[in-house]
Ligand binder design. Structure first.
Ligand code: CAA
Length: 689
């Protein structure tokens, strides 16, 4: 344990430094180290005040999230440790750098004074894990910042910068960047000299008193955020805990309420799912046969082919991090339009105060618009976002092979095509990779990295690096039709179409999917993205292709499955109902009604089944990669943990039995994957892989 902390007394100040890499999480060993170091400081007669600081890249990053799965906290638990600090005999100063998050900030709130360097960030991100700050955060933060700000900070989970924390009263002062230790020491000496006491946040009442007996403040907050909070358990529990801070007859009663609400959340499926996602997101960049020390290529100049919606969005990712982009089109008017759209996007951001005019100009200045692929001779990475056709892509890659410098990475943004066939037209298939962005490419957080049969490991490692640099979560996929996210969701869209022909209502399907937690159902989504995007090229006669034939393209033109009024309010379209009835009659599909449970199983179990096939074929390295791909690429509700995690919670035998039932009624396409059956028979889940 000794190496986890250091204690020294300097000029009458006891300095406790915790060193638990990588991010000083407050796991059991770290808590014990803090306790031990504090006991030394309390016992040290020379120390009249105490500083708690951390070594390494950050102040405490909070509880060790893995410890939640054990269901309890080993001694010393958070409350025991933090209460000891707060009630200790000497004033304690938290000296913060990096990020003080969750339990880390709560520890600081139990200290008597807080200072931080300007680059530090402070926050209570527990809501993102489906829990609440259960170590006193919901009781103490409102006492420093008042109810509205506390509700906002805790339910959003967003960290704030040190300057704002100072303004809000969370910090007592800012230290000079790079001089935290010296400034903390000077602060401590000042406190000692002035005979300062050890004020406890828990004793403050001034900021919460105005909200006592005002339940309407909490109700209004609930109502304002109803949409964002829908389906999540934690935000409501947070509101209740903060209300308890205000309304309880004394501090300890409020704390008890916080504890009870915390325990309820910790054991909820929603929190288990969100904790799974936390670790899953950090796993995706780890590719089993590509070690962290794999050499990478320097990507300083980027080329993007195609200035349409996709190409423009892709380009913005690189402009945002200061990399110059050569943007290529075939014709001047398309190029001008594309550059114009990028400018408009940035100007919209500037109008909303998210960037300055100077930043808009700086980003626009990084674009080199060009006609013709020859302009890409000296880029380090080129990404094509041209028409989704093998012939067109192969033509582009043949030309790139002749034009681009040796060592350049040649990437395709294809969403379905065989990357190996694209790579095969070049003499450098090792340099070819798929970088599949999701639309809108400047917003969606997922980047599917498609690894061809011959893709070099250094190319893959470089792609993982650039994903991180542009703030995307990478998921690595092997080559197959649709890769991970699109492939796994294909059965879902197919089921929605099949179900309406069998008599299920469009309204019920969309509602069941919304109740599950998606922002919208499949038909609402199709109407939003435009039916022509998929339906125009459909080789089969489907409800969608028939609607497109009638020039119903969704929200953008004439409505689709729904009709839209001037306020975009949707009502089920009689035309769509007619098309469905005609097609069902033509295909001779028997009509019946469906329970909600049956609808959900028909829509989502095939996704789980496809996920199992994706694993069998080693297209994804691990089940959690599929979860991340669907959460970040298709907005699968995060509190369900993604399809594979949800399948484990549902029980694989139940899913296998349902799929077998569908298979008996509707045919072989529902046959459960061998891996799914094998796991179910063994009483295991995808998590065991
Ligand atoms: N528990 C367990 N492991 C954690 C962790 C935590 N709280 N925070 C980070 N880690 C692990 C990561 O999984 C990662 O592990 P690997 O290297 O094995 O993948 C490693 O630490 C480094 O993390 P990042 O890759 O995320 O590093 P970063 O520099 O990009 O970000 C960070 C650092 C901002 C601190 C980020 O890790 C983070 O946001 N961590 C979570 C913070 C959080 O949610 N804290 C609240 C915890 S709940 C709580 O505290 C409850 C309470 O009320 C007591």
């Amino acid at each position: 344990m000794a190496e986890l902390f250091n204690y020294a007394c300097v000029d009458g100040v006891g300095i406790v430094t915790i060193d638990a890499p990588p991010v000083n999480t407050l796991g059991a060993a770290t808590r014990a180290a803090v306790m031990q170091a504090m006991q030394l400081a309390w016992a040290d007669d020379a120390a009249q005040a105490i500083i708690i600081a951390c070594a390494g890249r950050t102040f405490f990053a909070g509880a060790d999230i893995a410890e939640f799965a054990t269901g309890h906290f080993a001694d010393p638990d958070f409350i025991t440790l933090f209460d000891a600090i707060e009630n200790g005999p000497k004033p304690v100063i938290a000296a913060i750098h990096g990020t003080a998050l969750g339990g880390g900030l709560e520890l600081a709130l139990h200290c008597h004074y807080r200072l931080a360097v300007p680059s530090a960030k402070l926050g209570l991100p527990e809501v993102n894990l489906g829990i609440l700050p259960g170590a006193g955060g919901t009781q103490r933060l409102p006492r420093l910042v008042g109810v509205p700000v506390a509700l906002d900070l805790i339910t959003s989970g967003k960290p704030i910068k040190a300057a704002q924390a100072l303004e809000l009263g969370i910090l007592d002062r800012l230290a000079t960047e790079g001089q935290l230790q010296a400034d903390a020491l000077a602060f401590a000496k000042e406190l000692i000299a002035s005979g300062a006491t050890a004020p406890r946040v828990r004793d403050r009442d001034d900021k919460i008193a105005p909200y006592r007996g005002k339940p309407e403040v909490f109700d209004a907050f609930r109502a304002q955020n109803a949409r964002a909070f829908k389906g999540f358990k934690a935000p409501e529990a947070i509101i209740k805990a903060v209300q308890a801070a205000v309304e309880s007859p004394n501090f300890d009663e409020g704390s008890k309420r916080e504890q009870a609400l915390f325990l309820e959340l910790m054991n909820s499926p929603e929190s288990k799912a969100q904790r799974h996602v936390f670790f899953a997101q950090r796993m995706t960049a780890k590719v089993p046969d590509v070690p962290a020390d794999t050499p990478t290529r320097d990507l300083k100049r980027i080329g993007v082919i195609g200035a349409g919606t996709m190409g423009g969005g892709i380009a913005m990712n690189f402009l945002n991090i200061g990399l110059p982009v050569t943007l290529v089109e075939l014709k001047q008017d398309a190029l001008d339009r594309g550059v114009g759209v990028i400018r408009k996007n940035y100007e919209n951001s500037a109008a909303k105060g998210r960037m300055t005019e100077a930043q808009v100009e700086q980003r626009m200045g990084l674009i080199t618009p060009a006609i013709g692929l020859e302009a890409l001779a000296d880029v380090d990475l080129v990404i094509e976002a041209v028409f989704e056709s093998m012939a067109v892509k192969q033509d582009v890659f043949t030309k790139l092979d002749a034009i681009c410098k040796p060592g350049a990475i040649l990437a395709s943004n294809t969403s379905f095509l065989d990357l190996n066939e694209i790579a095969a037209v070049t003499k450098r298939p090792q340099d070819v990779i798929g970088l599949h962005f999701f639309s809108p490419a400047n917003v969606m957080p997922l980047l599917e990295i498609v690894r061809g049969a011959k893709t070099d490991k250094s190319v893959l490692a470089s792609a993982l690096n650039i994903a991180k640099a542009i703030g995307k979560t990478p998921v690595v996929a092997g080559v197959c039709h649709g890769f991970i996210a699109n492939r796994a969701m294909e059965p879902y869209m197919a089921e929605a179409e099949a179900l309406v022909l069998e008599g299920a209502s469009v309204l019920d399907i969309d509602r069941v999917i919304r109740d599950y937690g998606f922002a919208m159902g499949p038909f609402q989504m199709l109407d939003l993205i435009g039916l022509d995007v998929i339906g125009r090229d459909s080789t089969r006669k489907t409800v969608m292709s028939e609607l497109v034939k009638r020039d119903r393209l969704g929200q953008k033109k004439n409505g689709g499955y729904y009709d839209y009024d001037a306020e975009r309010k949707a009502t089920l379209s009689p035309v769509a109902l007619e098309v469905i009835a005609e097609l069902a009659a033509e295909k001779g599909v028997a009509q019946r009604s469906f329970s909600d449970e049956e609808l959900l199983g028909r829509l989502l179990y095939p996704v789980v089944n496809e996920g199992a096939k994706i694993l069998e074929e080693k297209i994804a390295s691990r089940p959690s990669d599929i979860d991340v791909a669907l959460i970040m690429g298709y907005n699968w509700p995060v509190y369900r943990g993604g399809p594979m995690f949800w399948a484990d919670l549902t029980g694989l035998p139940k899913i296998v039995a349902a799929l077998r039932g569908f298979e008996a009624t509707y045919g072989a396409r529902y046959a459960p994957a061998a891996l799914l059956v094998q796991l179910a028979d063994a009483g295991k889940g995808f998590g065991s892989l």
